[in-house]
Design a protein around this ligand. Structure first.
Ligand code: PEP
Length: 261
């Protein structure tokens, strides 16, 4: 096993209002407490919708819970006349640690291209947020170019041209696996993660490549998580649908119970 601390991140997408969000976080905290979850060994992040962030942050703070918070998106601008946008500065004030950038739903449904994603990564670095840079190929791209080509191109673009590169996480999420019930094989996830790590070595440095966590995402469940995390190359998972179910998400956070390390 590598020295990188695994990250289990639950992307709620546009689900759960702030009251439902509080209820889920409370239940998750009790359930993980009952099973003595060691947060020093496995980091657990929840990524609620913007409208829930303040409530979830207040709860985490008041009850001294050990979850960290992530946001699902951010503006490439820090402030100004950008109606509807949310600044990384504001997220930082809410103790947000991680922010998704380049999720396939933003790339396809909101037409976010490589330039926008790069600018959002820069906004995260400027404001001390850790971008979780999501990359992944469509089924057509998989058939034509194999699994790693598109994720590597997307990562290169996201990391290009920054004055300074802060900490970041990469999430390899094959588009055909997100919300579909189809999963990549553990071997495919490990192979792409390995290639992404080599490209971080080339783009940034060997040191950064060694400490950067690379997650797998796409229809992860408690029943299949152990396969992905058995590999040295995969340092956690980004979970959509299954993060809304406390039992499932708890099982995912406890992946070490199923993996021989
Ligand atoms: C996601 O939204 O990042 C995701 C991986 O979704 P799901 O787990 O539902 O496939």
């Amino acid at each position: 096993m590598s020295d990188r601390k695994p990250l289990i991140a639950g992307n709620w997408k546009m689900n759960l209002d702030h009251q439902q969000g509080i209820a889920l976080v409370q239940k998750l905290a009790w359930t993980l407490k009952d099973v003595n979850h060691d947060y020093d060994k496995v980091e657990v992040a929840v990524l609620p919708p913007f409208t829930d962030l303040r409530s979830v942050q207040t709860l985490i703070d008041a009850d001294k819970l050990q979850f960290v918070i992530g946001a699902q998106d951010l503006s490439k601008f820090d402030s100004g006349a950008y109606t509807g946008e949310v600044s990384a500065q504001f997220l930082n004030k809410l103790d947000v640690k991680y922010v998704l950038v380049g999720h396939s739903e933003r790339r396809t449904l909101h037409n976010e291209d490589g330039d926008v994603i790069q600018a959002k990564v820069a906004a995260a670095f400027r404001n001390n947020l850790i971008p979780v840079i999501c990359v992944g190929e469509t089924l057509e791209e998989l058939e034509q170019q194999g699994a790693a080509a598109v994720p590597i191109q997307q990562l290169e673009k996201a990391l290009e041209g920054h004055k300074e590169i802060g900490e970041f996480v990469v999430a390899y999420e094959p588009v055909w696996a997100i919300g579909t019930g189809k999963v990549a094989t553990a071997e495919q996830a490990a192979e792409v993660a390995k290639k992404l790590r080599s490209s971080i070595s080339e783009l940034v440095s060997d040191e950064v490549a060694q400490v950067t966590r690379i997650l797998y995402g796409g229809s992860v469940k408690s029943a299949n998580v152990a396969g992905f995390l058995a590999s040295e190359e995969v340092d956690g998972v980004l979970v959509g649908g299954a993060s809304l179910d406390v039992g499932e998400f708890t099982g995912i956070c406890r992946f070490q119970k199923h993996v021989s390390l």
